[in-house]
Design a protein around this ligand. Structure first.
Ligand code: ADP
Ligand code: MG
Length: 395
């Protein structure tokens, strides 16, 4: 990585503003239902505490759209963080202005302070220079550890990085190095498993990886546009009429590049997307007019698993079916478990795929599960993420 690391900074006695991604899911009563994102930031926070910094954390939560939304205050996050760190976490009711400035001025080395939801101010998402200045005023140094927000050019991700000396935290570094290696220099054979709802969302990923991959396995809703391009009738399945030509183009390009593009041979079809829908498995040449494809079939699973088992690197993005419904989750489950069992370097990118792997309890069997949905997609597209670009380069 050519960016400065938190390890390159002299942080003792310094006020260090750390952008973290504490955008955790909350239930109706405001309780945190999954603290993975808080846990993911702990190594950087602990490192800064050990080195005697004053640690000032800044994050967004939800989409308050530039206004104070009581339900989106970070108090439950401060509470959970305090438990995880086993130390007091100071929490302010705003993220800029007199109140946080005072609280920061009272901080001692090794104190941890969490600022209020940064998206309560409209200047955050607009990357307003005045707002960025007000944030930067609180600190001497800036560390970004919020990979999940790195695809956004906001004040707390880009604006502040342009004002203060800056560096990447451990989580951000891990995301960049593991995913960077896979897309730049993957150990071969390299298999990309793509799924999810739409071709439209994955065009950039296909364009970037078609040449690098040996095998591209396509499942999920997006497979039907590819099947249609090959002349199959897909019934009521998800179909993007305006992407059929593009899918055909990808299939032709795959042939030229010697990349195997593997499509489903059989699919689970249902009359609707519902837990009590009638469903059965059919050959892709036999999809009934009135039914829709909701998962890959057993034969397809078998073939996908065969490719996964032959690979040294596997990258997976996008579920193989409507995995939120138990009856249509089999393909996603089997493919995820095959990836977990494999000895290959295995990378999971994408919000829903990461959630599926977490739900199956096999996340720790993967080389890396990206913490960023949109950010990991942008990374896999081979694009430079604005928040990473904004960080200082290594000297
Ligand atoms: P990720 O977040 O991992 O990048 P996506 O957001 O692209 O994945 O896709 C996830 C969504 O795709 C899920 O909500 C899932 O229900 C949907 N999906 C998968 N297969 C199908 C299908 N055959 N028909 C309709 N939706 C599908
Ligand atoms: Mg998604």
């Amino acid at each position: 990585m050519n960016k400065r690391s938190v390890k390159d900074l002299d942080v003792e006695g310094k006020r260090v503003l750390v952008r973290v991604d504490f955008n955790v899911p909350l239930d109706e009563s405001g309780k945190i239902t999954d603290d993975t994102r808080i846990k993911a930031a702990i190594p950087t926070i602990n490192y800064l505490i050990e080195r005697g910094a004053k640690v000032i954390l800044v994050s967004h939560l939800g989409r308050p759209k530039g206004k104070v939304v009581e339900k989106l205050r970070l108090n439950p996050v401060a509470q959970r963080l305090s438990e995880l760190l086993n130390r007091k976490v100071i929490k302010t009711d705003d993220c800029i202005g007199e109140e946080p400035e005072k609280a920061v001025s009272r901080m001692k080395n090794r104190n941890v302070l969490l600022l209020e939801n940064v998206r309560f101010h409209p200047g955050e998402t607009k990357n307003d220079p005045e707002f960025a200045k007000a944030l930067a005023k609180l600190a001497d140094l800036y560390v970004n550890d919020a990979f999940g927000a790195a695809h956004r050019a906001h004040a707390s991700t880009v604006g502040v990085a342009e004002i203060l000396p800056s560096a990447a935290g451990f989580l951000l570094e891990k995301e960049i190095t593991t995913m960077g290696k896979v897309i730049q220099n993957p150990e071969k054979p390299f298999t990309v498993v793509l799924g999810g709802a739409k071709v439209k969302d994955k065009i950039g990923v296909i364009e970037n990886l078609l040449e690098k991959a040996d095998n591209l396995l396509i499942g999920g809703g997006m497979a039907f546009t590819f099947l249609k391009a090959l002349g199959y009738e897909v019934g009521k399945s998800l179909l993007e009429e305006d992407k059929i030509d593009m899918a055909r183009g990808f299939l032709e390009k795959g042939k030229k590049l010697n990349t195997n593009i593997v499509l489903p041979r059989d699919v689970v079809v249902a009359d609707r997307i519902s837990a009590d829908a009638e469903h059965k498995t059919v050959d892709v040449s036999q999809i009934p007019n009135a039914l829709m494809g909701v998962d890959i079939g057993e034969k397809t699973v078998e073939e996908f698993v065969k490719y996964i088992n032959q690979s040294k690197t596997v990258l997976w993005n996008g579920p193989m079916g409507v995995f939120e419904i138990q009856a249509f989750a089999n393909g996603t489950k089997q493919v995820a478990e095959a990836i977990a069992r494999s000895n290959a370097t295995t990378i999971i990118g994408g919000g829903d795929s990461a959630a599926a792997v977490e739900k199956l309890g096999i996340a720790d069997q993967m080389t890396h599960v990206s913490t960023g949905g949109g950010a990991s997609l942008m990374f896999l597209e081979g694009k430079e993420l604005p928040a990473i670009k904004a960080l200082d380069d290594k000297e």
